[in-house]
Design a protein around this ligand. Sequence first.
Ligand SMILES: Nc1ncnc2c1ncn2[C@@H]1O[C@H](COP(=O)(O)OP(=O)(O)OP(=O)(O)O)[C@@H](O)[C@H]1O
Ligand SMILES: [Mg+2]
Length: 249
Amino acid sequence: MNRTPSEDVILAVSGMTKSFGALRAVDDVSFAVRAGEILGVAGPNGSGKSTLFNAITRIPFGPDAGTVLLAGEQVQDLPPHALAARGLARTFQRETVFQTLSAVDNVIVAVEQTNRGKSMRGNVLLAEQALDIVGFPATLHNWKASALPVFLRKLVMIAGAMALDPKVLLLDEPASSLTPDEIDRLRALILHLREMGLAIVLIEHVLELLTHVSDRLMVLDQGRVIALGDPVEVVRNPQVIEAYLGVAA
Ligand SMILES: Nc1ncnc2c1ncn2[C@@H]1O[C@H](COP(=O)(O)OP(=O)(O)OP(=O)(O)O)[C@@H](O)[C@H]1O
Ligand SMILES: [Mg+2]
């Protein structure tokens, strides 16, 4: 395809840095992602992957330094709800579904954070649409989250993000605690969301999933980007192998 690197860039993060005391959890991280592209993010435990998402979305804290361009506009000083309203949605590594609410009520809570629905009926419709998009079974909309298996609770969480009608979706380890079959279903869903034109940044430890769906792969180690590019080449990179195994390749 004939396009310049900057064409279609929907999210551009530059110089993102976040310290906790003396620890530089995220250290001068820069990347860009295009509409319809999946950028995978890998790295050992504690390498700063979740902190990077936290700093970008300002949930629960912003960065010490760095800029975020969303659809060409500087947004690094906007509060989380304003970022979400402009099309930046995320899921969390830990489970954030309200266990005592039904699946659809969980997504309605997400819709209510926006001004999309306008009315109670409108909110319900948008929540139902978001559950349909992620393939959540229509017969289970009114089941309490606590009665659902973990895979379906994850779909509720992703539906909550999709209910914001995002341009960019940040997913933090969606495959954790899933069976191989469920990971296959998650893979199909992620590819479906890309087909819809979303830009997706996917943090994952399941490398097989990551290398399969990612258009490009970024690896963090001790807060820094140590590799960014073609997934197959990146996983063969000696510095990446060393970061994972802790020994020289
Ligand atoms: N709120 C916090 N206060 C202090 N230190 C923190 C905080 N959040 C993260 N850290 C530290 O920052 C570093 C990066 O953590 P982070 O959770 O971003 O890693 P990660 O790559 O997401 O790891 P994992 O793969 O285990 O999820 C770790 O050393 C962690 O202990
Ligand atoms: Mg993490």
